[in-house]
Design a protein around this ligand. Structure first.
Ligand code: SF4
Length: 369
């Protein structure tokens, strides 16, 4: 019995990503595929690939073949608007932006306000609509190409219902139950919802590539069961790990535990205080002991945040690791350095977010390209 659990709605325990590949039946993202990505895009790989933050895939090899042969592909990702977005939510969008820029492809971003209303007992429909708008601002602030990026909110983009119908006719209750664990208490809206989430994978008659955290994979597993019978490709996906919350290396940053997360709209000063107070380190009990024995970056959230996003320079990351192990770097200094980077990121993000208010219409998808 594994001591972790990953579903589209919940992550519990310390995730063993190798076991998850086995459990979900996905494939590891190999050196060969990473190398081929660099060759095809003629680019230096971003840290997300170099450091295997994206670690698993379905049919990414076929996506690269389609690109190479000129058939092309398109990107699709999304966001469930149940509250403010935090740093863990936005990092996969940066990877998506890199893929869009380097492969020069269309990107569809689904805002699942209907899903959050159905699955979150306490959330009203007005709440999800409010958060949809707020989250869209954060997503636009990442800097996507407005000519190739199409954002839509399920409740407004009603055409999606028509597209979901043939899908809904292909999924029976046992299939949905096997993948999502629905039971007698599940609301009927929840049971229909996977058809809505699968619909964008059919927006173009090309292969779809979904970059997302691995907890969303069950949706794509289901899509792959019926896509070809409707004349479309089985969707491809690349899966990221989770960004750990401040207080623990296991699981992911959780919006329901505010002390674990740094929100994109947090005041930078307050965010700094939160990191200072709550971030788990791999430090020793005293500075003297740490100088003697060195720290444990493997157990440290501060180091993990540098590794995932806040230290793009590989040599500098290795130097931080070495200095920590050698007892030359103490946690106070290390945390202060992380705080500076997070605050800089937040300030810049918030400036771009302000400008995004004027760009929302430009990104809105109406069903026409
Ligand atoms: Fe973590 Fe830095 Fe402390 Fe090492 S010195 S344990 S990397 S916070």
């Amino acid at each position: 019995m594994d001591d972790f659990k990953v579903t589209p709605w919940d992550v519990e325990g310390v995730v063993d990503y190798n076991k998850l590949i086995e459990q979900f039946g996905t494939s590891p993202l190999t050196d060969e595929l990473i190398q081929k990505t660099a060759e095809l895009t003629k680019s230096e790989l971003p840290i997300f690939f170099r450091r295997r933050f994206f670690f698993s895939h379905r049919d990414y090899d076929k996506v690269l073949e389609d690109y190479e042969s000129g058939k092309g592909f398109f990107l699709y990702t999304g966001r469930g608007p149940s509250g403010p977005m935090h740093i863990g939510h936005i990092i996969p969008f940066y990877a998506t932006k890199w893929l869009q820029e380097k492969f020069d492809v269309n990107l569809y971003i689904q805002i699942t306000d209907d899903e959050k209303f159905l699955f979150k007992e306490k959330l009203s429909f007005d709440d999800t609509k409010y958060w949809a708008y707020q989250n869209i601002l954060d997503i636009i602030a990442v800097g996507f190409d407005p000519d190739k990026t199409f954002i839509f909110q399920n409740s407004e983009f009603t055409k999606i219902y028509e597209m979901a119908l043939p899908i809904a006719k292909k999924i029976n209750f046992s299939m949905a139950k096997a993948v999502f664990g629905f039971n007698e208490q599940s609301k009927i809206g929840m049971i229909f919802y996977p058809a809505i989430q699968a619909a964008p994978t059919f927006f173009e008659k090309k292969r779809c590539l979904i970059p997302a955290a691995i907890d969303q994979d069950p949706y794509w597993r289901l899509q792959r069961d019926f896509a070809e019978s409707l004349g479309y490709y089985k969707t491809a996906a690349i899966h990221s790990k989770f960004v750990p919350g401040l207080t623990s290396l296991g699981g992911k940053m959780s919006a329901s535990k505010p002390e674990t997360a740094v929100y994109l709209t947090d005041d930078p000063e307050e965010a700094g205080k939160k990191i200072w107070k709550f971030a788990l380190t791999g430090g020793r009990a005293t500075a003297k002991e740490q100088r003697e024995k060195g720290g444990e970056p493997e157990k440290c959230v501060v180091f993990k945040w540098f590794e995932i996003f806040f230290e793009p320079d590989d040599e500098k990351l290795m130097e931080r690791y070495r200095a920590c192990k050698a007892g030359e770097l103490l946690c106070g200094q290390c945390k202060r350095e992380l705080i500076e980077r997070v605050q800089k990121f937040l300030k810049e993000h918030q400036e771009r977010r302000k400008k995004a208010e004027k760009q929302v219409e430009k990104f809105k998808y109406t069903g026409e390209l």
